[in-house]
Design a binder for this molecule. Sequence first.
Ligand code: MRU
Length: 350
Amino acid sequence: MVETMHWQQGVLELLDQTHLPQECIFIACRDYERVKLAIQRLEVRGAPAIGAAAAFAMVLGARQLADKPDFLGALNAVRADLISARPTAVNLSWAADKQYQLAVKLHEQDYAPYKIIGELEKAAVKIYNEDIARNKKMGEYGAAVLPQDAVVLTHCNAGALATCGWGTALGVLRTAHSQGKLRMVYADETRPLLQGARLTAYELAEDDLPVTLITDNMAAWTMKTKGVNAVIVGADRIAANGDAANKIGTYGVALAAKAHGIPFYIAAPVSTFDFTLTSGEQIPIEERAAEEVKSFRSEQTAPAGVDVFNPAFDVTPSELIAGIITEYGVIRAPYIENIQELQKQSKEDF
Ligand code: MRU
């Protein structure tokens, strides 16, 4: 399985996903600013992977600031700067806040900065390792809801590459495959940056899972003609009523699934829930540069002066979601009540 990142002797090495599938190049991040840049450029992307990278970036930031008289104040500024890198995936603030709160707690116990840095490092490694374990748990719960001979459509990349390993939506498919339940995965190519084509098709093929690539505008027809019996995608932020933000195009896929009577599932860890938001309308949606739509890898594909709308995410209303697969089990309607229950169960994770 491809590795998204590793922490080696105090350096965060990130797989540069913008070069996939052609090249596997790792970027050595020695300061937090380089991690922030990697998040903005989508060199590391996918909500849980962004979260883990931010946890390590807080270690790098703390190391850069160890001699500052106001160590905590400066670390808080690093936290805020990191969070500003991308607005939609809540895992980013979940991890950066968690690390900052740990530093505050240890500071109150009179830990010196160098000891705080050591503890932040241990906490980041824990977030990384737990992400993989949580994905495997999600895989078990998710595989159980799939039919035998599952034909699954997915959008974007919610795989090993979007996490610390195994994946959320693709983790479910990996587990289903190991149980002999998976007949085929249809992967939407996912315009404009082709996470489905470049990343999902790549990582599933690398691991010998059955995968067929389609363009985004083939999704509804594929559902109608190819026996698709489930849709599974990841999420970047889930509101307290179950509305879920994910890569642009997900909402259309959910509508098409509804029209064909196909269950539409989200797979996401609790760190992707934002219990403070009552509905998906409050989820901030990132808008990215027009160039991403007008060109691909510097090849122009549209008139240079044309107006562009480029939201990176959309929100699928919970009425269209058959279930949210988490590491605590599958959450179903009524979402408000069942998400409140999940919040109680997962208190330690926040
Ligand atoms: O812009 P990206 O590539 O970071 O968007 C990623 C997605 O939308 C994923 O589906 C989501 O983060 C879930 S990852 C397990």
